[in-house]
Design a protein around this ligand. Structure first.
Ligand code: FES
Length: 112
């Protein structure tokens, strides 16, 4: 059975290399998909308010262009995150679009 067209898949890669794939609804954010499915390492403490950094992910290099880079408040907040690099995004600021169906993000490990 094919998934409804407003369902977007996101793949989460854990520090040990394990991958989990979940589907979210178009217009939701990557953080919502993670929290709804209990993905370890993505807490989303501020509920998507761009104030906590507990939804930090690294976008897979192949998806960087489509997912765009952090801007403004997101970029500033990320400067406080551990293990920040040029692929860092806050998952609550990545909105699911058709273009992002199949998006791969890595969850930073503890202490990264
Ligand atoms: S959930 Fe708090 S910054 Fe993303």
């Amino acid at each position: 059975m094919s998934a409804p067209s407003n369902s977007i898949s996101v793949i989460f890669v854990q520090p040990d290399g394990s991958r989990e794939s979940y589907r979210g609804v178009l217009g939701d954010h990557v953080m919502d998909v993670a929290v709804d499915n209990g993905v370890p390492g993505i807490i989303g403490q501020c509920g998507g308010g761009c104030t906590c950094c507990t939804c930090h992910v690294w976008v897979d290099p192949q998806w960087q262009e489509r997912a765009k880079s952090a801007q403004g408040d997101e970029q500033e907040l990320l400067s406080y995150a551990l293990g920040v690099n040029e692929r860092s995004r806050l998952a609550c600021q990545i909105r699911l679009t058709q273009e992002l169906d199949g998006l791969v993000v890595e969850v930073p490990g503890q202490g990264d």
